[in-house]
Design a protein around this ligand. Sequence first.
Ligand code: CO
Length: 604
Amino acid sequence: MVQLHEMILRDAHQSMLATRMRTEDMLPIAEKVDQVGFFSLEVWGGATFDVSIRYLNQDPWERLRQLKKAMPNTPLQMLERAMNIVAYRNFPDDVVKKFIYLAKKNGCDYFRIFDALNDLRNMETPMKAVKENGGHVQACLSYTISPVHSVDYFITRFKQLEKMGADSLCVKDMAGMISPQRAYDIVKGCKDAGVKLPMDLHSHCTSGMTGMAYQRAVEAGIDILDTAISPISGGTAAPATESIVAALHGTEWDTHYDLKLLIEIRKYFLEIWGKYRHLHRFDALKIDPSVTLHQVPGGMLSNLIFQLEEQGARDKYREILDETARVREELGYPPLVTPTSQVVGVQAVMNVLHGRYKVITKETKDYCKGMYGKPPAPIKPEIMKTVLGPQWKDEVIDCRPSDLLEPMWEKRKSELKEHGVKMTDENVMTYTIYPQVGLKFLKGEAVAEFYSDELPLPIDHVLTRGMVRQSFPELKQIWLETEPPENRAGPAQIPTEFEVEVDGEPFEVKVTPTGGYLVAGAEDVAPQGKPKDIEGGVKSSMQGTILKIKVKTGDKVKEGEIIATIEAMKMEQEIKSETAGEVKEIFVKEGDSVSNGDLLMQIL
Ligand code: CO
C-alpha cells in the first residue's frame, strides 16, 4: 500500500497562488479532508508563516491551532528549513528549539526538515528538538543533478539521517526535475542498502516527467507520495491526488482512499481556486522541461524575470540562466532551493550586468565562508580568491554556522516588551523570526490583502495608497480631486495601473478612480534638482534601497573602502569608493530608494 502526503494547504498554493490561501478558506473543508486518511497533511511552514503576517494579517499560530482542532485524526505537518526555520537566515539553537516546542504545542505533529546544502550538521538541532517534544521527524535531502549528487550520495546521507533518529525520509525534488530512472535508483538503492524507514517522494510537475517518476518510485518500493487535490495541482505544483489514487487503484499499491470523497473535496477547492484568479499565471500551469538543463526552480524563474525587469535588463534572461548554471558549478553545485537559490541567482545577475564577480553580494561572501554550511563540492579556488581575497583560507569557517551565533530568545523578548504588545511565547517567536514585519503585525498595523472579487480596488483603499507610495517614493501627499487633472496646473495624475510584487512575482493591479482623480501633492514632492554628474560623484550601479551609509561628510576614505551598502534583489551589496579622498557631500539617506545611475555622494 502506498500512502499520500496531501499538500493542498501549503505547497500547492505556495507554488500556484503565491501562498495566499487564508485560514477561512481552509476550515470549511477540514472535516472532509480529515476523513480521507492521509499519511499526513502539510499545513504550515515554508512561506506560509511570512505571508500570513506580511500580506494576510493572520496569525500563523492561530491557523495551526484551528486546523488541529478541525482535523484531530490526520497528522499535521510543517516544512522546516533547518536552522533557517521559516525564514532566510540562520538562527541560534535556543530559537530553533523554542520554535519546535511551540509548533508542536500548537498542533504540528510531523516536521519535514531540510537543509539547502544537505549539510546534516544543520539538521541536528531541529531533529533532536522534534524528538524531545514527541513529534515525528521527516528528514529530507534536497534533490539536484550534478556530478557529486550521485545515487550513492543520497543513499549514504539517508542512512546517516536514519541513524540521527529520523522517523521517515523524503527526497525533496523542489524543482520538479527528477527522472523516472533516478527516482527508481534512489528509492531502490536505499531499500537495498537496508534503509528501514518509510520513504517519501516530494516533487512538482514542472519537467513533465513526474507522473512517470512516481510510478517508478512506486515500483522501487516508495511508501509515501506527495500530491495535491487537483484544482491546485500540475504545472509548477504537485501531481493531483485524485489521479494518483485512481492510478494505483486495484494494484498492490492501492491507497484505499475514497475517490468520491476526494472529488467532493475537489469541488470545494475549485471555488477556492477561483477566489484567487488574479494570481493565476498561465506559465505556472505549463510544463517546462528546460528545468532539467538549467535546474532553476519555477518560483525562482518568475522571481528572476521580475528582478531583471526591475534592473532594466529583461533581454539578458537567457544569458543569466546560463550564467546561473556556471555560478552554481563554481560554487560547488548547491541545490537551488531557499536560500541558496537566491545567492546563486543574484550573483549570476550581477555577473551578467557588471562583469563576472565584479560586484559580489554579501550573501555570496557568506556562502563562500561556509556561513550557510558546507557546499556539496569544493568551491573553485580561483573563485574563493576573487570573492574572499588572497587570504581566503583564513576566512573559511570549519564549524556549524549557528555555533557562531549568540542565544537570541531572551534578548528579543525584552525588546518586544518595550512595544506594549501581548507577551505570549508565540508572539515573541513571530517577532524573533521577523523583527520588522512581525512587529508591524503584532501591533495591529498589518493589512489583509484582497480577493479577486474585490478588484479593482477603490481609490481610497489603504493598499492603493501603499502601492502609490511604493511606486512613487518621492511623493509626500496623495489625495482625491474632483476636477480632471488637465484643468489644473501643477499636480500630476497618478497612473491607476500598477505592477505589484507578490512573493517575488509581479502581478498587475488596477484601481478605479470613482468620483475623483488620484493626484499627488506637488508642493510636497522631494526636490528633483539633485545633480546628475559632478566631479568625484559616486553613483549607484543598481536599483535598490540604501541600507547603511558608512561615512559622514568630512570623512577621509581610502580607495576601495566600503562607503555604503544597498539592498538590491533582496541581497545586500557593498558600494566602494573608487578613489581616495574626502566625503564632500552625501545626497541620500538610509532607507532611500535609488535607481541605477543615481548620485550617492561626492568624494574629492
Ligand atoms: Co515543493
